[in-house]
Design a protein around this ligand. Structure first.
Ligand SMILES: O=C(O)CCC(=O)C(=O)O
Length: 343
């Protein structure tokens, strides 16, 4: 299928106009704000994260820390244990968790949703090696649930030209409801079944923020640079709308709030959502049942595209028999299937 790529529409000029922001979000499913955040603070967080990456041997010793040039022999992805160990260390950095609460973001989301704004307390930190798999086209809603009016701010922690692995969105795709998904390699292990032809993206810079609706289909380009791609997904909604229990726990990351907060100096951003009285809903697995059924069938045929979905089933499914089946199928995926470096 031929695809069309259009530049991102800059909404900086209407940043203070809540009605116009809502109109653009309703039409396009996204809003783009170049230079919304101060580069210096973001760069300071990136430097700390790169320090952890260097400690783990993820960086090429020949290049300056600042450049974040990846050591190819250290290549790893989630959920490999060596990836998780370093990612956990990075994730507990207090300064990282201050970013979603920045005034610029709270003011913006205070215009987009009915205040008070609930900042989801578990931002997603992405650290992506060159040559890793990309994030396939998906909607966040089946994973995040709660209200469909949950918005993500995609925040690169570095200059992110398209070659670095950058977000692409399908404008208007949020109007079609929740779309069926099938297994695919990469975070989430799922992609929307129907290919979309119209996308918006561009070269992003440190300080830029890309905001999108939970039903907007999005994906990332491959990181074909030499550097680690580091970015943060922060999610926001109105406290008056339901939030899913999975957004208020770190169990998917294999840690507890106590683990996260252990070395934090301030108590300001700890457990803040509890006093806001969120209306919490249980996770509904039915949105991902088709992916899981297909992953098992594909795993039985030895199809390597089932790998990421089977890994998620093996790690998180509530049914112990399904977890055991997923583990057996993962063990049986053929060595020659081209996915060994991913497991
Ligand atoms: O940065 C990525 O690779 C994926 C981001 C994403 O899918 C999200 O923000 O929901």
């Amino acid at each position: 299928m031929s695809t069309r790529l259009e530049p991102l529409r800059d909404s900086s000029a209407v940043l203070a106009d809540g009605d116009e922001l809502a109109r653009r979000m309703a039409a396009d499913g996204y809003l783009f704000f170049p230079r919304l955040l101060p580069r210096r603070q973001l760069a300071a967080v990136r430097r700390r994260l790169l320090g952890y990456a260097r400690d783990a041997g993820w960086l090429s010793p020949g290049a300056p820390l600042e450049e974040g040039v990846a050591e190819p022999s250290a290549f790893c992805v989630d959920p490999q244990p060596q990836y998780k160990a370093t990612h956990h260390r990075m994730y507990t950095l207090e300064a990282l968790h201050r970013l979603p609460h920045r005034r610029e973001l709270l003011e913006l989301f205070g215009r987009l949703v009915r205040p008070p704004v609930l900042v989801h307390p578990r931002p997603a930190l992405r650290v992506v090696f060159p040559g890793g798999f990309t994030t396939s086209a998906h909607q966040d809603f089946p994973f995040v649930q709660g209200t469909t009016d949950t918005f993500t701010a995609w925040i690169p922690l570095m200059d992110c030209p398209r070659s670095q692995g950058v977000l692409e969105l399908a404008p208007g795709s949020h109007t079609a409801g929740v779309l069926p998904v099938q297994p695919s390699l990469g975070p989430g292990g799922a992609e929307v079944v129907d290919g979309l032809s119209d996308w918006a993206s561009g070269d992003l810079r440190l300080g830029d923020v890309l905001v999108f609706h939970s039903l907007t289909v999005h994906r990332t380009t491959a990181n074909v640079s030499r550097r680690l791609r580091i970015s943060l997904d922060c999610r926001y909604q109105s406290i008056h709308e339901p939030v899913n229990s999975s957004s208020l726990t770190l169990s998917g990351l294999g840690m507890s709030w106590e683990d996260l907060y252990r070395d934090w100096r301030s108590s300001r951003h700890r457990y803040y959502w509890r006093a806001m009285g969120p209306r919490v809903e249980a996770f509904d697995p039915s949105y991902l049942e088709q992916r899981d059924r297909m992953a098992i069938e594909m795993g039985e045929r030895g199809d390597p595209r089932s790998l990421s979905a089977l890994q998620r089933l093996a790690a998180h499914d509530e049914d112990p028999e399904k977890r055991a089946l997923a583990r057996r199928l993962l063990d049986r995926l053929p060595d020659a299937a081209g996915v060994d470096h991913l497991r």
